[in-house]
Design a protein around this ligand. Sequence first.
Ligand SMILES: NC(=O)C1=CN([C@@H]2O[C@H](COP(=O)(O)OP(=O)(O)OC[C@H]3O[C@@H](n4cnc5c(N)ncnc54)[C@H](O)[C@@H]3O)[C@@H](O)[C@H]2O)C=CC1
Ligand SMILES: O=C(O)CCC(=O)C(=O)O
Length: 367
Amino acid sequence: MIFETLDTFGHEQVVFCHNKDAGLKAIIAIHNTVLGPALGGTRMWPYKTEADALNDVLRLSRGMTYKNAVAGLNIGGGKAVIIGDPATDKSEALFRAFGQFVEALGGRYITAEDVGIDVNDMEYVYRETEYVTGVHQVHGGSGDPSPFTAYGTLQGLMATLNKRFGDEEVGKYSYSVQGLGHVGMEYVKLLKERGAKIFVTDINKGLVDKAVSEYGAEAVSLDEIYDVPADVYSPCALGGTVNEQTLPRLKAKIICGAANNQLANNAIGDEVAKRGILYAPDYAVNAGGVMNVALELDGYNRERAMRMMRTIYHNLARIYEIAERDAIPTYRAADRLAEERISAIGKLKLPLGRSQPRFQGRIRGGH
Ligand SMILES: NC(=O)C1=CN([C@@H]2O[C@H](COP(=O)(O)OP(=O)(O)OC[C@H]3O[C@@H](n4cnc5c(N)ncnc54)[C@H](O)[C@@H]3O)[C@@H](O)[C@H]2O)C=CC1
Ligand SMILES: O=C(O)CCC(=O)C(=O)O
C-alpha cells in the first residue's frame, strides 16, 4: 500500500524516525534528487493520524521538487514532518534526535523551517548536523526565511495582477489573507505599506489583533474569509483550502498566497481556471524562502537573495505564457515548466560537486 503511494507520487525514499526518550515521531520524505540534494523545511503539527502526517509529507516533498525546479535551483525536493504540538511538545532533545536522523542521511536531505518551527529549533538541529539551513545569522546562516517568502509572494502577486488586470498597483486592490504566522503577517505588512485594503483571519486571536492594530486590517471569522469581497484570496496558512466547498464562495479574481498545496486536488485547479480565476501556482509564488536558505549552501549573501526574489516575478510571467500558449490551467503550466527542467538537466552529466552542498561561510562549534 505504501509503495503503491510512493509509486504514484514518484518518491525516492521515506524515512520514519523514532526516539522514545525524546518523544520523536517524524517522517522525512525525499522526493527527487535529480537536480541535487533534497531541500525542504520541517513542519511540526499535531496530526490527528499517522496517515495524515504521511500524506502531508509526501505532498509537501513532491511540491518541493517542483518548487526548486521552477526556482532554477540546483537542488531536489524533500520535506519532513514532526508529529507533535509546537506549543507544548518542543524540547532540545526532540530537535537533536531529529537532527541525528537528518545527519544519518549524509546530505541527501537538507532541512529548514516550516509551519510550527522557528530558527531557535533549528539551532538544536544544527548541533547534530550540518545539513540544515535557515540557521541563525550568528553561525553565518540566513536566519528565518519567512520575510523572504513574503517578499517573493509580493513579486508573484505583481506578475499576477499584471496578467489579470493589466497593472501591478498592489494598493489598488483588496485582499483576504488567511493565516498570520511568520509569512502571513509579513505579507500583510507589505500589502499595507502599498495602501491595500486587507481582510484577515487566524485561529490565533493575538495575531489577528496585531494585524488590526498595526496594519489596519479588517478581522473576519475563520469561515467568513471565503465570503469577503476581496479581489485576491491569499492563503497563508495550511494547504487544501481551495476545495469544492470554498471555491463557489470565493469572489476573488486571483488566488495568490504563500501556503503550500493550496489546491485540494487537480480537478479543483481545472475548475478554478474555468471560473476565470487566475491561480498563481503556490510553489512558484512561495519560493522566496527556499531561494534564501539555498544560498547558505554556497555562502549566504543578502544582496544575491534579494535579486533572486525578483526572479519570482519572471517565473510567474513565464508560467502564464505557457498556460496561454498550451491552453492549460496555470497549475499544469507550472508542472510542465518544472518537469521539462528536471528532464533536461537530468540528462546532463553534471560534474560531481556542482550540486553538492558546501556550506561556505558557516561557522561550526560556536554554540
Ligand atoms: N516560512 C516560510 O518561509 C515558508 C512557508 N510556506 C508555507 O506558508 C504557510 C505559512 O507558513 P508559516 O507562516 O511559516 O507558518 P506559521 O506556523 O508561522 O503560520 C501559520 C499560521 O496559520 C494559522 N492557521 C492555521 N490554520 C488556520 C486556519 N484554518 N485558518 C486561519 N489561520 C490558520 C496559524 O494559527 C498560524 O498563525 C505554510 O503553508 C507553509 O508551508 C511556504 C514557503 C516558505
Ligand atoms: O522556506 C523554507 O523554510 C524552506 C523551504 C520550504 O520548506 C518551503 O518552501 O516550503
